[in-house]
Ligand binder design. Structure first.
Ligand code: FAD
Ligand code: SF4
Ligand code: SF4
Ligand code: SF4
Length: 468
């Protein structure tokens, strides 16, 4: 049991995490709460967060805090990874990449995987293979379609067939939460796989430590590298910038491949909005336009992401990411870097390579790290300034691995980190205050955007590896 709040109400994630601005929206707390006290809803800023449910009572059991990836104190990610290492196989530790068996790069040769995947289609291949081999009964992946409980336009859904898994291909830069998935696993025996971003992977591992049936039933976790999680406002902004109606956004599809782009980094985003009866507005926009600018400036990202230092989903059985490496950028068909941890996943990959179902080559450790250098700069270097600012303001922080970060930021880097924090903080309010008009919104954030652009240029001049 945890001590009560000063007003004698029980401490739970609502007071200890959400009210402190630390929630990443993973939904795990609501998935495990034995009193059904928590339900996940969108807040006024387009972020998913748990909320007390009417007519239910919190018993103060503290389980939500034990499974919350942002709860402090909870074990640091590398300590949990060290506990998992024996079950993974002959893994080696690495301070940046986490434990690993091998690093590979390539793509799935199965019909449609690569063309429909975000990068090399390896995510869909892994999920489909786990199902086909009977290693799991179902996989939880993120795909299109309204989630009735929250009104989200995409989210977690169960896949039991190859066709289901294929319908969930690509990356959803949109809030996705696990509560319904966890409730289902708790009440249905079976073996399951889950795809997840690093914070949700951490939540899954904490929940598996705390809840026996989750430990027994979650057989595989397929992690994705993650630079930042975005609120639903990011999707609205992209839709509005392409001439659509952000108040009536029905569908958004990221990472549509196009043959004519010069780089695998650039894809298309399709939005469908407007009154279904009066004709919908359908737009296609390049990812390096509104979306790229929003991500680069950290607009619509969550405060929790400011303190996230896990680039490679260190607690997942396998982690997938884009091959942002010079040798692969020109190949617009897409390639996935695969960090293998679980020996069973390694064996599946070996078998498929031998049968030419997939094409994979080894990459060096340095190449795997280099494929994520801008992300690592943000997560492992600029984090120092974000922590410093939080401590100065006496703001609460999640469990951190401060021994991993070198406190030698240049004044320019520190200033850049502060401008990004400011924009992360100001952007949701600015979007609302501008009436969801992208031009008015950008006007409101003009000064910090210009400052960030200037600082980026100055930093790039002094330090190429920081910004490439
Ligand atoms: C929010 C987000 C941020 C990312 N940031 C980076 C980054 O900075 N650098 C980088 O290299 N890669 C990043 N990725 C991963 C990258 O976009 C691809 O997902 C990865 O390369 C695998 O591509 P693929 O073609 O092999 O997989 P696919 O065949 O496309 O399969 C991807 C699988 O991931 C699932 N999925 C999609 N979105 C989510 C989600 N939000 N939560 C959980 N599961 C999901 C899908 O349902 C699908 O099963 C990010 C992904 C997301 C969703
Ligand atoms: S898990 Fe326990 S402490 Fe948390 S909200 Fe539910 S009943 Fe309350
Ligand atoms: S981070 Fe996840 S577990 Fe923690 S409060 Fe938010 S939704 Fe709940
Ligand atoms: S940056 Fe970290 S906290 Fe934010 S969505 Fe990605 S994994 Fe979660």
């Amino acid at each position: 049991m945890f001590a009560n709040n000063p007003d004698d109400t029980p401490v739970n994630v609502c007071s200890a995490i959400v009210a402190q601005g630390l929630c990443c929206g993973c939904g795990m707390c609501a998935g495990v709460c034995p009193s059904q006290y928590l339900g996940v809803q969108f807040n006024m800023y387009g972020e998913l967060s748990p909320r007390p449910q009417p007519e239910s009572v919190c018993s103060g059991c503290g389980l939500c805090l034990r499974v919350c990836p942002m709860s402090e104190p909870s074990p640091p990610t590398d300590r949990i990874a060290a506990e998992l290492a024996p079950q993974w196989g002959q893994v080696s530790p690495d301070a940046v990449l986490g434990f690993h068996l091998r690093y590979l790069v390539g793509y799935s040769a199965a019909d449609g995987h690569r063309a429909n995947g975000a990068s090399g289609g390896m995510g869909t291949w892994v999920l489909e293979t786990l199902l086909a081999k009977g290693l799991v009964n179902a996989v939880a992946a993120v795909g299109p379609g309204v989630i009735p409980e929250t009104g989200a336009i995409c989210g977690y859904r169960w896949c039991r067939t190859a066709a289901d898994a294929r319908a969930c291909a690509k990356s959803a830069y949109y809030p996705a939460e696990l509560s319904r998935i966890i409730q289902y696993i708790r009440s249905h025996e079976g073996r399951y796989a889950v795809t997840a971003l690093p914070c949700a992977v951490r939540a899954l591992r904490l929940a598996m430590r705390a809840v026996k049936c989750l430990r027994e039933r979650i057989a595989f976790i397929v992690g994705l590298t993650c630079g930042y999680g975005m609120s639903a406002f990011a999707a609205e902004y992209v839709c509005a910038d392409a001439g659509g109606n952000p108040w009536q956004l029905h569908e958004i599809t990221f990472r549509i491949k196009q043959n004519q782009t010069p780089s695998a980094r650039v894809s298309l985003i399709r939005c469908v909005s407007g009154q279904r009866t009066d004709g919908e507005h359908v737009s296609l926009q390049r990812s390096d336009e509104a979306f790229g600018k929003a991500g680069g400036n950290r607009w619509f990202t969550r405060r929790a992401c400011d303190y996230c230092d896990d680039a490679f989903a260190e607690l997942a059985d396998v982690c997938l990411m884009d091959a942002w490496l010079p040798a692969y950028l020109r190949d617009v068909r897409g390639n996935t870097v695969v960090v293998v941890r679980h020996s069973a996943v390694g064996a599946l990959l070996d078998e498929a390579v031998a049968k030419r179902d997939i094409t994979l080559a080894d990459v060096t450790r340095d190449e795997a790290v280099r494929s994520q250098s801008p992300l690592l700069w943000f997560k492992r270097r600029l984090i120092v300034e974000r922590i410093r600012s939080a401590r100065k303001a006496h703001a609460p922080l999640p469990t951190l691995r401060t021994d991993l970060y070198r406190d030698d930021l240049s004044p320019l880097e520190a200033a850049y980190a502060r401008v990004l924090m400011h924009m992360r903080d100001a952007s949701p309010r600015a979007w609302l205050d501008s009436g969801k008009d992208p031009v008015a919104f950008r006007r409101r954030l003009r000064a910090p955007s210009l400052a960030a652009g200037l600082l980026r240029k100055l930093i790039r001049k002094g330090c190429r590896s920081c910004s490439e």
